[in-house]
Ligand binder design. Structure first.
Ligand SMILES: Cc1cc2nc3c(=O)[nH]c(=O)nc-3n(C[C@H](O)[C@H](O)[C@H](O)COP(=O)(O)O)c2cc1C
Length: 156
């Protein structure tokens, strides 16, 4: 079923970053989309057990880093371990967006959002934010499209 949904509703692959004071973290997310035109609002679905979940709730901000086509390794790095136990930014270069969320050097674009509302959606929370900072960092780079088998299948 999951492979089917991913094919039927294609998405990109993102690293959602967050800063709460001195704590920074990032996690890979495929469930990211625009949900309003005026004003432009961005939603990300984050499961409550993720370390990132409460950091977004507490800080009120999150940043979507768009991963480039050749960035599967980055997506695996941020998507298969928790920031509770590891500093996932070790060895990664980043700058800070306006409100302090990390922006990965490898990101082809980023959108930093201020949390506007949250909504329970099954086993995930939808965080919906308005845009406070954004930039296109690599104009000629295509984004990575999420394919279930690239991460969870036999070829994983
Ligand atoms: C390709 C990929 C896509 C993912 N998409 C999501 C997602 O949309 N929402 C989510 O809650 N977790 C998603 N995950 C799982 C989290 O990235 C993973 O649980 C991560 O270790 C959480 O890190 P944290 O505990 O530091 O927040 C995805 C993982 C991968 C590899």
């Amino acid at each position: 079923m999951q492979d089917f949904i991913t094919r039927a509703v294609p998405t990109g692959v993102y690293v959602v970053t967050v800063r709460k004071g001195d704590i920074i973290n990032g996690m890979t997310a495929a469930w990211v989309t625009q949900v309003s035109f005026k004003p432009p609002l961005i939603a990300v679905a984050v499961a409550p057990p993720r370390f990132t979940h409460d950091l977004i709730k507490d800080s009120g901000y999150f940043c979507i880093n768009t991963i480039p086509e050749d960035g599967k390794k980055i997506a695996k790095h941020f998507g298969f371990k928790s920031g509770r136990k590891t500093d996932k930014f070790k060895g990664y270069t980043y700058t800070n967006a306006l409100k302090g969320s990390p922006v990965l050097e490898q990101a082809c674009a980023y959108i930093e959002c201020e949390l506007q509302s949250t909504c329970e959606a099954g086993d995930h929370t939808l965080f919906i934010g308005s845009i406070v900072d954004h930039a296109l960092l690599k104009e000629d780079t295509d984004p990575l499209i999420f394919k279930w088998n690239d991460f969870y299948g036999k070829k994983g």
